[in-house]
Design a protein around this ligand. Structure first.
Ligand code: SAH
Ligand code: SF4
Ligand code: F3S
Length: 448
């Protein structure tokens, strides 16, 4: 059997694409290997969100190109994902040893591409589509990473054009996948033993806005998924602040399987910067939305994303980001220093760029603030009894532990000499660190 190795560099959407590509490849007789040196087919699923991730992708294929030239002429190399979508044919100029370039719009063309490259052709498939690939997706199995959580994309692309972001250029216009297909994929994952479904989209709360024939939105999808029998959890990421409707919050609260967790990226705590980012809210509006979610959903965890050093950001404006994390009690945030991206509007404001050393210094202070608030948020749960879905069994600092997540997405470490992966267990929280809670199993364990 030929062997394939895929290196996955991006977000959950990118990981989900890898699982789909592996499914198609296993259909063609390829076995997955975790060892690139054993592979006949080497693929990288790239991420373009920052310059660094793009550079890493090219450096990786450079290494593979060397292998091919030096002693393994038979290997085939595929360049896929968000950088591929953007560079398209130009990839061959930079890396002549690449056999195929596959963008994000046509991943279901992979079987056809493999046939062609095996006939000695060099292929580039990066045409943009305005439709989902639902029709083709129906025909393929997905080789999901063995875990308790199954990722299911519900929307593709993005229409927001935030001035720093490349995603609308690498993923195209926003399109919602058909509810029937999402439900089928969820049922398949549950029957394979997955215990959690995470619905994915750049902007999940705009799911269904593009359906012309029906009025069907995220709340409707959640209701339908919630009615599937069995014990499992449902999550959804990412929510755009101003698209979160009252009906969505109410639905999330009311449905027993939908978890108390919202990822609502703010990006900056300063209203002027938000305007320049083309985010459609100011600091006050964001605060009101978060307060509403907190009021309506008890114990909810709210996480965010922030960028440090956006072009023109002053020290005072940056401090508004630090104070927003405190004021809105954000439980955790992903952070990044601004990275100029080709084609985006903000990248043209070169005279406003913040020097690297200042960006790095702001990012460090931002990370300190995130840590401080994460610890504060974790402390709230000491002494509480929470349901934990176990995700793994490992040796941590010399002790056997099981790790898992609460409904509100807190990681918990629990001493245990047996692997309980996939079980829902009641856990008493006894302490915490910055990134996780410590807990002990309680006697009355539900074991569903
Ligand atoms: N759709 C989501 C974000 C997807 S991109 C949303 O609207 O929030 C994931 C994160 O990468 C963003 O939230 C942002 O914080 C970060 N990001 C995007 N472009 C960036 C850039 N050019 N430089 C630094 N960080 C960036
Ligand atoms: Fe990028 Fe903005 Fe779309 Fe998120 S909403 S993917 S940050 S353009
Ligand atoms: Fe994801 Fe990176 Fe593309 S964050 S959508 S893989 S640019």
């Amino acid at each position: 059997m030929p062997k394939v190795y895929i290196e996955t560099m991006g977000c959950q959407m990118n990981k989900s694409d890898t699982e789909r590509m592996l499914g198609m490849l296993s259909h063609l007789g390829y076995d997955e290997t975790k060892e690139p040196k054993e592979a006949d087919l080497l693929m990288v699923n790239t991420c373009s969100i920052r310059q660094l991730s793009e550079d890493k992708a090219f450096s990786l294929i450079g290494t593979w190109g060397k292998w091919k030239k030096e002693n393994r002429p038979h290997i085939k190399i595929g360049f896929c994902g968000c950088v591929a979508q953007q560079k398209a044919e130009n990839t061959f100029k930079r890396a002549h040893y690449v056999d195929f370039v596959l963008g994000t719009h046509k991943i279901y063309s992979l079987p056809e591409i493999i046939k062609r490259i095996n006939n000695g052709e060099r292929v580039c498939e990066c045409t943009e589509t305005n439709a989902t690939e639902d029709e083709k997706a129906k025909d393929f199995e997905i080789n999901r990473v063995k875990s308790v959580n199954a990722w299911i994309p519900i929307t593709e692309g993005c229409n927001n054009f935030c001035t720093y972001c490349i995603v609308p250029y690498t993923r195209g216009r926003e399109r919602s996948r058909a509810p029937e297909l999402i439900i089928k994929e969820a049922k398949d994952a549950l029957s394979q033993g997955f215990k959690e479904i995470t619905l994915l989209g750049q902007n999940v709360d705009s799911y269904g806005k593009d359906f012309k024939d029906k009025n069907y939105r995220l709340a409707d999808l959640l209701r339908e998924l919630n009615s599937i029998e069995g014990k499992f959890r449902i999550r959804f990421v990412t929510s755009y602040p101003t698209d979160i409707t009252d009906s969505l919050i109410e639905t999330a609260k009311e449905l027993d399987k939908v978890c108390e967790y919202f990822h609502i990226p703010m990006q900056s705590g300063n209203s002027e910067v938000l305007k320049k980012m083309n985010r459609r809210y100011d600091r006050e509006t964001y605060g009101k939305i978060v307060a509403k979610v907190r009021k309506m959903v008890p114990d909810v965890t709210i996480t965010s994303d922030f960028i440090a050093g956006f072009p023109g950001e002053t020290e005072e404006q940056f401090q508004d980001t630090l104070s927003a994390i405190d004021e809105f009690e954000l439980d955790y945030s992903n952070t990044a220093a601004y990275s100029p991206r080709e084609k985006t509007i903000a990248a043209k404001w070169t005279d406003k760029y913040i020097p690297e050393d200042i960006k790095t210094e702001r990012l460090a202070r931002l990370n300190d603030k995130v840590k401080e608030n994460c610890l504060k948020s974790n402390k709230k749960y000491i002494g509480r009894e929470l349901e934990v879905l176990i995700e793994g069994f490992e040796n941590h600092k010399g002790k056997n532990i099981i790790t898992g997540r609460t409904r509100n997405n807190k990681i918990v470490h629990i001493p245990s000499d047996t692997d309980r992966t996939g079980e829902f267990l009641n856990v008493k929280i006894t302490g915490c660190k910055t990134w996780y809670l410590n807990g002990e199993l309680v006697d009355n364990n539900i074991n569903l």
